[in-house]
Write a protein that binds this ligand. Sequence first.
Ligand code: UD1
Ligand code: MG
Length: 454
Amino acid sequence: MAMVAVAILAAGRGTRMKSKLPKVLHNLGGRSLVERVLHSCQALNPQKNLVIVGYEADRVKQALSNYEGIEFVQQTEQLGTGHAVIQLLPHLEGFTGDLLVLNGDVPLLRPETFGQLLNIHKQRQNAATLLTAHLPQPEGYGRVFCGGDNIVTQIVEDRDCSAAQKQNHRINGGVYCFNWPQLAEVLPKLSADNDQQEYYLTEVVDFLKPVMAVDVADYLEITGINDRKQLATAADILQMRVKDAWMAAGVTMIDPDSITIDDTVKIQSDVVIEPQSHLRGNTVIGSGSRIGPGSLIENSQLGENVTVLYSVVSESEVEAGVRIGPYAHLRGHVKVGEACRIGNFVELKNTQVGEKTNIAHLSYIGDASLGEQVNVGAGTITANYDGVAKHQTKIGSRSKTGANSVLVAPVTLGEDVTVAAGSVITKDVPNDALAIARSRQIVKEGWRLKSDVQ
Ligand code: UD1
Ligand code: MG
């Protein structure tokens, strides 16, 4: 497809969000709104990606710093969507193709929709073609008025509509395809003669011919985000799409309404996700795994047949067959080898665990590396912090720590070591040794408190 440039309007503050964060940076299912809008149109292979920034411009630029080939356009004062597009003039000098203009707050568009819009735009040789929809609840959106053959005669913003005009439920989706040279010529004619005293992009339909409206097949796609309620509605729509796709791909969900999954997550077939579980960020779940009930998995990779019950796993890698929980917390780059058990009330931080090792009850293990088939006794704690710095604990394969041991780091236990229950280990222990570090029990037979003696 020849010569399409994209411009995304992302300069507004988003007053109705009541937020310090610019509206287009609010998170929707793992990505910001503006990132989603940018993603949605990349299949068109645009010749230019222009992003108009203004309010908190540096933050918006920073959020898009991973994307190559974006040209940022500064809109110093936010005087309306028309004013935003006027800022493009010096950036598109000599450009003779079509310009796709997208509001930065319309994040649910499907890539196919742009293809359809552009096709009609070209076939009909329109000056402008815009996406519309008939909404059951059109409040807040600009209303699109058409003559025959979907030719647009006028767009009136909700706040500028008369009571009669509000009866029209056909709304402007904020997605437009323009013949750029024709648009460039009429942009200087925009006025700010409306309730908000802003330059409205929608006013260009008064000057361009022909302008055509194209109804989107699924009106949910053009849900715009102006406030937190619409953000929540969009999140629901996105969740429905994401979960439907995973169920179609062979994932079982029990009570799907109570589950949330970012669309950055990957799930293999025959995974079961139980109620109240949440999968976020760059997470991968291996086949046969069972997540939940009540678990949060964030930026973590789980192998096959892992079970996670009422637990939190973040920034971690877990190999096949590991059982986690109930009530475990893995965080800060934990790696767990195959077939381990990380059990009740166990916290692991920045720790590597070899195969078939068990840490089953009431432990904190931080900044440690454990070999294979280690058994960490109930209540074993690494004292990894001396008040100034963090230190490492090492435990060799097949070693066992007794219940309620404290391993004061830095410390190394060799292989096949046994630590007696209740020990406070402050010195390294060589292979094949028993370490006991507690006071001996004294038993005084036939002893009573003096006051008890009659
Ligand atoms: C706009 C449309 C409305 C449409 C709706 C669809 C206009 C005048 N109205 O209204 O017809 O139904 O979108 O969602 O265009 N922005 C800038 N610079 C500015 C002002 C806004 O970059 O000076 C950006 C915002 O960051 C936002 C987008 O433009 O991403 C749309 O602005 P917004 O204020 O949300 O317009 P709506 O009132 O939703
Ligand atoms: Mg909006």
